[in-house]
Ligand binder design. Structure first.
Ligand code: ZN
Length: 516
């Protein structure tokens, strides 16, 4: 056991003051979150201008509190107090410093220029998509890149600029490490995809085409969310074009979903995905509420939770062995004559596609690799903005064996770069890798989880995730959290073995099951 830490004199008052200030900053962030949730759900269109002003006001008040001279004094004094390095207090101060650093390192001029560039580049991106003409976007992308380089320089980094941007989304991650892990993914997933497209087995997702009335879908996913553990007393589920999860506080974590009458998978797996994000936030230790630790550890870890419920649970055979009767009862006309095995195959069709958001488990990471390789090259100046479409298409040919016929389905498909999100894409793939590492660690401790999942009992898995991931909020950095929860650092091996096992069975790849 650790001895009671001996704090510097006067430490306690300073710490209390720091926490009170952090609580107000946290409240302001949650208010902004609520305004944004409302904007995306129920706000009448006429409210847009006023809402923009309200959000700007809240954000400037929050920024002023976060970067106040008093906050600087408190952080400096608490850092000098020599807190035990692994204590909750030290983590609070570390996260406080991180937020302060991010908010103060960028000169106001750069923040304003980034905001302006984001809005004009986004507009240019929309126009370029409408005209299917990448040239309308290229100039804006170039200007955005120049500003992101400035941002990286202001934030600071040790080896490469990209790290400064990546760190905002995945604290502690480095491009060099990501590259090593991704090169393993590339080789293995390209080979697996080749085996699947060469297989004599073809799967059909015709059963998902319906039509499935939206109201019946809404009723079903509502009960599905509750069944896996989403707490509706501390959350709600609404409909939006782009689904998301928004935390308005640990006891108010909202999600949205989307209903496509011609594709049941959209709502089923989209809902489970957002439920995974929300379970994380709802599971944070209530003692951390309104503190700098009251949010997930990073986007990669967050994505590990959404992908775990969406794919490892939601697209598994044991899950549907337990849940399929209920789904058939909800859609007797559409699924009454479809057996379990046909349905399970329908939700696991793997094939190369051009659009990331529609990608299956086998191909998803390949879409991310393309973006990571191109955005690191763009930022480093190794790839000219004018050469982006060609480089994009070449990689799709190499990794997925297909090539977009136009840039709308190619390098213009994602909004991210237009609004300055560089260093964001890798977190999607890191989340996939961590989801399997965490799931396997849970099974090592709890035993095989197939039986409880088949029985509709998600308590053991959720309990393990609560204890090992959710409860901690952002107390630990992502690498530390993963190490504590799984005993290992980030590793592509478990994910690749999982894919090979699952899709080897689905596509009858026994002959090539063992990698050479
Ligand atoms: Zn997500």
């Amino acid at each position: 056991m650790q001895a009671e830490p001996e704090y510097a004199p006067g430490y306690e008052e300073l710490y209390e003051e720091f926490l009170a200030e952090a609580a107000a900053i946290n409240d302001l962030g949650n208010v902004a979150g609520l305004l944004s949730w409302d904007q995306d759900t129920y706000m009448p269109a006429g409210g847009a201008e006023g809402r923009g002003q309200q959000m700007a006001t809240i954000s400037s008040i929050r920024h002023a509190r976060l970067t106040s001279p008093r906050m600087a004094e408190l952080l400096a004094a608490l850092e000098a107090a020599d807190l035990p390095p692994h204590s909750v207090e030290a983590a609070m101060v570390r996260e406080g410093r991180r937020a302060y650093g991010r908010a103060t390192k960028l000169p106001t001029r750069l923040v304003e220029e980034l905001a302006r560039a984001g809005s004009s580049a986004r507009q240019a991106w929309v126009q370029a998509r409408e005209a299917n003409d990448y040239r309308l976007f290229a100039g804006e992308l170039g200007r955005m890149l120049a500003l992101k380089r400035e941002e990286a320089d202001a934030v600071g980094y040790t080896t490469e600029r990209y790290d400064a941007l990546l760190d905002e989304y995945e604290p502690g991650a480095r491009a060099a490490d990501v590259r090593v892990v991704f090169s393993q993914l590339r080789e293995d997933q390209v080979r697996l995809l080749g085996d699947i497209t060469g297989s004599s087995v073809t799967l059909s997702d015709a059963a998902l085409r319906g039509p499935y009335p939206a109201a019946a879908q809404a009723a079903y996913v509502q009960s599905l969310a509750a069944k896996v553990g989403y707490d509706f007393r501390r959350g709600r589920l609404d409909e939006t074009i782009h689904p998301f999860a928004e935390s308005v506080g640990l006891d108010d974590v909202r999600i949205t979903t989307r209903y496509d009458t011609d594709n049941l998978a959209t709502a089923l797996f989209g809902t489970l995905h957002e439920v995974g994000h929300a379970l994380y936030e709802q599971g944070i230790d209530p003692g951390l509420a309104r503190t700098p630790l009251a949010h997930g550890a990073g986007l990669g870890v967050h994505e590990s939770q959404s992908r775990l419920w969406e794919n490892l649970v939601g697209r598994s055979l044991p899950f549907w062995e337990g849940a399929y009767r209920g789904l058939q009862a909800a859609f007797p006309a559409q699924l009454g004559g479809v057996d379990l095995s046909t349905f399970y195959r329908a939700v696991n069709v793997a094939h190369p596609s051009l659009v990331r958001t529609e990608a299956d488990e086998v191909t998803y990471n390949l879409h991310i690799l393309v973006r990571f390789e191109l955005e690191t090259a763009l930022l480093a100046g190794d790839l000219a903005v004018t050469d982006l479409p060609g480089a994009w298409n070449e990689r799709y040919r190499d990794y997925l064996g297909i090539e977009p016929a136009n840039d709308v389905d190619g390098c213009l498909q994602d909004i991210h770069w237009s609004v300055g999100l560089f260093g964001y894409f890798p977190t999607y793939a890191l989340g996939n890798l961590m989801s399997v590492q965490l799931y396997e660690a849970a099974e090592r401790e709890l035993g095989d989880l197939d039986a409880p999942i088949r029985a509709g009992d998600f308590g053991p898995l959720l309990g393990w995730l609560r204890r090992n991931v959710h409860a901690h909020g952002s107390r630990y950095s992502p690498p530390e959290l993963l190490q504590r929860a799984t005993g290992a650092s980030l590793d592509a091996g478990p994910y690749l073995r999982y894919l090979r096992g699952k899709f080897g069975r689905l596509y009858d790849l026994q002959a090539t099951q063992e990698s050479p």
